[in-house]
Design a protein around this ligand. Structure first.
Ligand code: UFG
Length: 327
């Protein structure tokens, strides 16, 4: 297939772009490198340096794209509470412009990076796709708005749409000399920050809140390996059906508290990783654990690296070889 990957220089988008290329697809990456990294761009892909609201310049009717995988977005839940306007403009308005371009160009399918953050504080655990959607942060709200637009687009204009609701993505794609991992600037995610502490680049990790209604008072999240997540995108591309918007949660169904995550980082790295308790971060749901039964059933998705040790081990290998050694 001829595919456009928005955000293909980012953490997840760049892993998916590589896997698409490895599977014989023709890949164009649209990424303005505002948060993405030039080094993450696959050399075999065509790179278009444009923001998503200008995607129509590439998605022309003559270009013959078979599909779009839409990753480009702002992703920090905490930041979305203090700068909400950025999130609405980039994530929602930008995605609506992209959907307009997809329609105008007659592109038949679109796979969208949605999020567990659409559910807010869930009433049922593990969370099925049918659970109440009540996001507690602006990030989740901006993604939910796009999910709803895609449902309308599928019905109204026959788009084959798939939303993949990621839970917490971790790990790295390691293949020979190639390693693609997480490198946000500034980093906001728990595992890479804990690795920075393990590596001596920060003196301690702050744990945001220890009075949540969970086993040790810290938030619970469900972690998924980036390679397992990437494989779900390839499956979604072929499972997409015109006129339908399919939605799948992607996680492993196992919840880990923030303190348990830090413990795994200590075990994997052999470093002490000092922590201190800090106030809650605005907008954080207490517990997010996925039911991915639908993805398993309808996409045939089976995670190959479901353990947190695997994810932290791969993230640590990437961090040591590609971040520490290159400074
Ligand atoms: N946390 C800390 N200290 C830190 C960083 C994070 O205690 O320095 C805590 C957070 O408060 C939260 C947990 O670690 O309780 C996980 O936080 P992350 O920022 O790593 O991830 P989030 O759960 O906020 O969000 C991530 C992605 C979203 C995605 C969501 C789905 O960033 O894109 O997972 O669960 F939608």
């Amino acid at each position: 297939m001829k595919l456009l990957v928005t955000g293909g220089a980012g953490y997840i988008g760049s892993v998916v772009a590589r896997m698409l290329l490895d599977n014989g697809h023709d890949v164009t990456v649209l990424d303005d490198l505002r948060t993405g990294h030039r080094a993450a761009l696959a050399p075999e892909a065509t790179h278009v340096d444009l923001p998503i609201h200008e995607a129509a310049q590439v998605l022309t009717p003559d270009a013959g794209f078979d599909g779009v995988l839409h990753f480009a977005a702002l992703i920090a839940a905490g930041e979305s509470m203090v700068r909400p306007e950025l999130y609405w403009r980039n994530n929602t308005v930008g995605s609506l412009a992209l959907i307009d371009a997809v329609r105008a160009a007659g592109v038949p399918r679109l796979v969208f990076s949605s999020t567990a953050a659409v559910y807010g504080n869930p009433l049922e655990l593990p969370i099925p796709e049918t659970a109440v959607k009540a996001p507690t942060n602006t990030y989740g709200a901006t993604k939910l708005a796009v999910d709803m637009a895609l449902t309308s687009e599928a019905i109204g204009h026959d788009l084959a749409a798939v939303s993949l609701r990621y839970f917490n993505v971790a790990g790295a794609y390691l293949r020979g000399d190639l390693a693609i991992g997480e490198r946000h600037d500034p980093e906001t995610h728990l595992i890479p920050i804990a690795l920075e502490v393990a590596a001596g680049r920060r003196d301690k990790l702050q744990i945001f809140g220890d009075d949540y209604p969970t086993v040790d008072g810290t938030c619970v999240r469900d972690y998924i390996h980036v390679v397992d997540l990437a494989r779900a995108h390839l499956l979604a591309l072929t499972a997409a059906v015109p006129g339908r918007h399919r939605i799948y949660n992607l996680g492993n169904g196992n919840g880990f508290t923030n303190r348990q995550v830090v413990e795994v980082v200590r075990e994997v790295t052999g470093e002490p990783v000092p922590v201190e308790t800090a106030p809650r971060r605005e907008g954080d749901p207490a517990e997010l654990v996925a039911s991915s039964a639908l993805a398993r059933e309808e996409l045939g998705w089976v995670p190959e690296k479901p353990t947190l040790h695997d994810m932290v081990g791969d993230a640590w290998a990437f961090y040591r070889t590609h971040i520490l050694e290159q400074r």
